[in-house]
Design a protein around this ligand. Structure first.
Ligand SMILES: [Zn+2]
Length: 282
């Protein structure tokens, strides 16, 4: 049993490392391509997780990091001329503490509504994540250090089907993407073929733009289907995950679907997907 001091030290070291390795804490995504489009995706890496500002005629914050990062996020929003009070809503990609923990203090307590997938409402109501199901040996180790409880609160809108954002002047949609959790959501910008996808996958700890299987998934085959759907049916080009990134479609196809078709359930050549090298890569 680790002492709490040692435990928090290890957590701090892990996330300090992740923060340093993300190279640029804050950056403007796809800046070169924003000139002709009204809505852009901006990222803040809090060191625990990314939060994104969907900045358009109306603006949304996507995710809220964990408890303790509210002031940092607020200052960042202000620097982008989008004070918290001006947000249309905070959209939570899912209810895990590193994504949902800041939403109460940052937004809800000041009248900004919080949207979440209906399948994750119970996590908000309890203020803690459901059991994390690791996708690799190392993820099982990591699980010991990533419990991030938060003060329980109720969401203002429970999402069960796609939400058209055009009434807010944004050519985009909120899409249910169950798999990482049953209530996981993504936000798609249709014109730019970009999406914020929460923990559907992540970037590498060392190679931030290399796609990796996320450490935890409730329904892993379902996540693979969602990735396939976004690539092949939605034709998306660029992805902004909850950790590291951003990631390009070609890299996702190369890593997750090297044979060019959806083959996770029946691996080509009989290869056990659990043994793929990228499964345990950091
Ligand atoms: Zn998560």
């Amino acid at each position: 049993m680790l002492t709490s001091g040692l435990k928090s030290g290890v957590i701090f070291a892990l996330f300090t490392l992740s923060g340093l390795l993300s190279l640029s804490g804050t950056f403007q995504a796809n800046a070169a391509n924003t000139a002709h489009a009204a809505t852009e995706i901006l990222r803040l890496d809090t060191g625990i997780a990314n939060v994104y500002l969907l900045k358009g005629p109306k603006s949304f914050l996507i995710d809220s990091s964990s408890v303790g990062h509210e002031a940092e996020i607020e200052a960042w929003l202000k620097a982008h001329q989008t004070p918290v009070e001006s947000l249309e809503a905070i959209i939570l990609t899912h209810g895990h503490g590193d994504h949902a923990g800041g939403a109460l203090k940052l937004g809800k307590s000041r009248g900004v509504p919080v949207w979440v997938g209906a399948g994750d409402a119970d996590m908000l109501n309890r203020g803690r994540s459901r059991d994390l199901i690791p996708t690799s040996f190392w993820a099982g180790v990591l699980r010991l250090f990533v419990d991030m409880p938060y003060t329980p609160f109720q969401a203002d809108r429970l999402i069960t089907e796609p939400v058209d954002l055009s009434p807010f002047g944004i050519q985009g949609r909120v899409l249910p993407l169950p798999g990482h959790t049953s209530g996981s959501l993504g936000v798609v910008l249709d014109e730019k073929k970009q999406a914020v996808v929460g923990d559907l996958f992540r970037g590498g700890v060392f190679q931030n733009s290399t796609p990796r299987v996320h450490f935890f998934h409730e329904e892993r085959p379902q996540t693979m289907w969602q990735i396939w759907h976004l690539l092949e049916h939605e034709g998306l080009r660029e992805f902004f995950p909850g950790h590291f990134g951003p990631l390009q479609a070609a890299d996702l196809k190369r890593v997750f679907f090297p044979n060019g078709h959806f083959n996770w359930a029946i691996p080509a050549g009989g290869q056990d997907p659990e043994s793929c090298p990228f499964e345990t890569a950091l």
